[in-house]
Design a protein around this ligand. Sequence first.
Ligand code: SF4
Length: 470
Amino acid sequence: MQEKCGVVGIQLSEGDAALPTYYALYALQHRGQEGAGIVTHDGFQQHSKKGLGLVSEVFDEDDVGHLHGLASVGHLRYPTAGEINENSCHPYTVTSKRGSLALAHNGTLVNTDEVRADFEERGHTFSTDSDTEVMVHELASNLVEHGLLEAIDKTMRRIRGAYSLTLMHDDRVVGVRDPLGIRPLCIGKIEDGYIIASESVAVDVLGGELVRDVRPGEVVMLDDDGEGFESYQLFDERPAHCFFEYVYFARPDSTIDERLVYDARREMGRLLYENHGVDTDIVSPVPDSGRAFASGYAEAGGLEYSEALMKNRYVGRTFIMPTQEARETAVRLKLNTMDSNIEGKSVTLVDDSIVRGTTSSQLVKLLRDSGASEVHFRVGSPPIVAPCYLGIDMASRDELMASDKSVEEIRDEIGADSLEYLTPDDIADSLDMPRSEMCTGCVTGSYPVEIEGESCERAETERGEKAGAD
Ligand code: SF4
């Protein structure tokens, strides 16, 4: 699973915004590793540098030094919609007689084809198949007749899906969070200015202070003197926060919608023990993603927390893997066992989620080969039964292990002695968030926005309520 993107917007009262933007992107690198970009505005014109690769690969000191201006937006890309090439790296820029625009987007729109078709009918052409390019053109065309706030409002009423945005109109930096608040976005106070970013770790890295989350349906305009911001609440709908941000995507040291992600994961681990605890000799995480869950689980049961697997930090994202045996070696390349911690012991292995299930079965086998007497698997999320259309690169339905298998069939296939998951209600309890305010599309098959061919109970209920009222 991969997060689609990370976004940053910075407005300063003095100095250049590019360097703090670069550091903020570094702090958010986990949200996208395929490309990065920064666009600044010096009051007269934009300066831009984008490219494929990690932040450290895209920018050198010279690049950052040449990006002048008090205002900037930055982006990290992991493309779930659209091809991978330098052209498709954000921020997207457009210049017209109504000024210059730069737009960075985290999320995925679900009605891109419809909006694109409208433009194409009017003779418009697009240089990529990206939903963000469609969005930036919608915004630019609304700017022809309207001021910035009204143009954003009209754009938000035209597009549907998940979008946390940082955008720059000339040298004005703006943050926008979709009406359901699916992906996170926050505001921070930094030295000489303000920042809007996907996660609070981007504020921390600059020695700043988190002010608050951008609310679902809110537009935040940073003052061009870097002294403050104005807020406009354009929508007031029931939110549908992506719970997987807490389970997996966000950094554990980030605070999202007033919850520290690490604490949320520990609480999920605690609930896993409370509802499905098994008293084994040791509790081990699948590193690194299972750590906070396993520590909450072990503490709740008064059990020994001991790492049975160690991650090789120097394995890259891809390596040559021509045969099935090589795939098994690949798991060992990434994770090795610590046999003396395992031999003759019963082990509970805790992970955040099971997607395709291939790694889970290999890990159970590794532990058994290392002498574990029992291997119990506990998962800090519900079974994933459906794909994500809202900004996460997950897998298609037929690749998802739980889409057509029961928990018992999965247990049998991964070879564990027992297997238990959290339920969506457990997740809501551990986040202290009403379940009705969470997106649970990938674990229930019912999405918070209407998507062709998929169920949307929320829309059906609202239609029913409206018909009842009429
Ligand atoms: S479908 Fe799943 S991963 Fe996608 S936004 Fe909803 S909860 Fe998050």
